[in-house]
Ligand binder design. Sequence first.
Ligand SMILES: Cc1cc2nc3c(=O)[nH]c(=O)nc-3n(C[C@H](O)[C@H](O)[C@H](O)COP(=O)(O)O)c2cc1C
Length: 182
Amino acid sequence: MNVLILNGSPRKNGNTSHALRAIEDGLKARHTVESLNVYDFTFKPCRNCDACKRNGGSCVLPDDTVPVISKVAAADLVIFGSPVYWWGISAQLKDVVDKFYSRDDASAKPTLRTKKKIGVVACGADSLSNPEYKLISDQFRCIAEFLGWEVVLDESVCAAAADDLAKDAARLAELKATAGKL
Ligand SMILES: Cc1cc2nc3c(=O)[nH]c(=O)nc-3n(C[C@H](O)[C@H](O)[C@H](O)COP(=O)(O)O)c2cc1C
């Protein structure tokens, strides 16, 4: 499979980054993996101008939407990783997800409405009993159902300081092993 990993954290060495690196390690034995930090790109928030609905699926804002959404469309498996920010995903990752609107029609070229697998990784400071993890998981499950995708990985990580997960070798090994089965 062609795998795309999208890291929605600004911390390049934080918990989401460590979780995604472990997942990438698990995947790359059998799959081709590309990882992107969404903070390295510019995504202007969707304005609902609907230009994309008239031009075949290209966001007209001067940003990185078209190349990044094209990578999402081309991938067989997309892993979305985010820190929990106020019970949800980071604004930067949400800006990417909002741009799915530009390619959510079957007629868009290339369309996002294709057979695709996705994974979700949410890293928050609060315990795993906090509803925030389920809120994020449910958001992606709804998106997947809408676009005809399948959720194949869904991981919640409790870690607060930037190096908390890096110190948890057992959890990292678990993430790698889970990804290795995909
Ligand atoms: C703006 C902001 C909002 C946050 N909101 C939450 C939250 O609602 N729930 C939570 O458990 N942690 C929250 N946190 C803590 C982060 O989710 C936590 O530190 C996480 O491990 C950061 O992941 P990262 O190291 O990959 O960036 C918040 C942190 C920031 C900066």
